[in-house]
Design a protein around this ligand. Structure first.
Ligand SMILES: [Zn+2]
Length: 349
């Protein structure tokens, strides 16, 4: 491919980030620093050998991914650690041109430290508001249940999320290993969340194929699906996703990092986009995979050949699929049009 002499800067393209997990958003130097402060020993995969080489397409690989994730979670001990994490995540969003961050939290993982589920969620909400004030990036929370736990635990979280609908919580998710815990078991929790006006945004179609995506659509009435990329294995399903306008949160470096695809060239982003499926690019867990949001757009441009009008459309789709308030959506969409209307800048650094 010819090297362009001018290009529109991807970090100036206004966008929204809809797939980022709380712990997985941590900066790597922050992990190392907090671990030292709290006297926590980190494995080599999180220090010299960072980012770790992972492969989660088998149970053992997923277990290793989860173990590293749990170690990372353990360095967040004090409320000020939570404030720091969200402030730095919002700073990284600002640097990537993102005006809306929807970050996934599961307060159960921290409830014993911070005095219960409600107090933990309130801490996250307060830290999100503080990050917003300091950076200008708007932050909404997705409360996400863990599918490896009992569906009744998910209902407890859905009722908690409901109390904060319209007050910082905008969506409800479902995460962890798709091979354990099918989406349809969580219908009750999602019904509670949807009735409260929260967006339904479960993970599906990452480690499992089309059936998991169908369950998200038909049983959980998904507005968005976390990943969903393996829907491409069933073209009729892709058509249905496009018809319903369900946004897929596609996370390129996560898919390759976890071995869902062997390399970036295999990502079905082009297939989904050309079929009219709304796609919002995301990072999932930059702490474990490395690259952040702007890199995902760079991959679309440089590896998958997306033109600037197509990249602008990806950014619009991220905004349209978000839980951001209407006024902010308008502002971001106008910014996307302005980005595309401006002349490319000379390349050089
Ligand atoms: Zn995820």
């Amino acid at each position: 491919m010819e090297t362009p002499t001018s290009a529109r800067r991807l970090d100036r393209l206004p966008k929204a980030h809809l797939h980022l997990h709380f712990t997985g958003s941590m900066r790597h130097p922050t992990l190392v620093e907090l671990a030292a402060e709290h006297g926590i020993h980190l494995p080599q995969a999180l220090v010299e050998e960072w980012p770790p080489r992972l492969r989660a397409t088998d149970e053992r690989g997923w277990f290793r991914f989860q173990r590293l994730y749990d170690i990372a979670r353990s360095v967040l001990r004090r409320p000020e650690d939570v404030y720091r994490l969200l402030r730095e995540a919002a700073e990284d969003e600002r640097a990537a041109g993102s005006g809306w961050l929807e970050i996934q939290v599961d307060p159960s993982g921290y409830a014993s430290l911070f005095d219960g589920l409600t107090a933990t969620l309130e801490l996250f909400l307060d830290a999100a508001r503080a990050a917003e004030r300091e950076t200008g990036v708007h932050v909404g929370l997705m409360v996400a249940a863990n599918r490896t736990r009992h569906p009744l635990d998910a209902k407890v979280l859905a009722r908690l999320a409901r109390q904060y609908a319209g007050r910082g919580v905008v969506s409800f998710g479902l995460n962890n290993d798709e091979r354990r815990g099918r989406a349809l078991e969580f219908e009750g929790a999602f019904r509670i969340a949807r009735r409260a006006g929260l967006l339904s945004a479960p993970h599906g179609g990452e480690l499992q194929g089309p059936r998991s995506v169908r369950e998200c659509l038909d049983v959980l009435d998904a507005d968005r699906i976390g990943h969903g990329v393996r829907a491409v294995e069933d073209p009729r399903l892709v058509e249905r996703i496009a018809e319903r306008g369900v946004t897929l949160e596609v996370c390129p470096t996560s898919n390759v990092g976890l071995g869902v695809y062997d390399d970036l060239g295999q990502l079905p982003l082009r297939t989904l986009f050309d079929a009219g499926v709304p796609v919002a690019l995301g990072t999932d867990d930059p702490l474990l995979f490395g690259p952040r949001l702007v890199e995902q757009y760079r991959i679309a441009r440089e590896v998958l050949g997306f033109s600037d009008p197509e990249l602008a459309e990806l950014a619009r789709m991220s905004v349209r699929g978000s839980g951001a308030p209407e006024s902010l959506r308008k502002e971001l969409l106008a910014g996307v049009d302005a980005w595309l209307a401006a002349d490319p800048e000379p390349v050089g650094d």
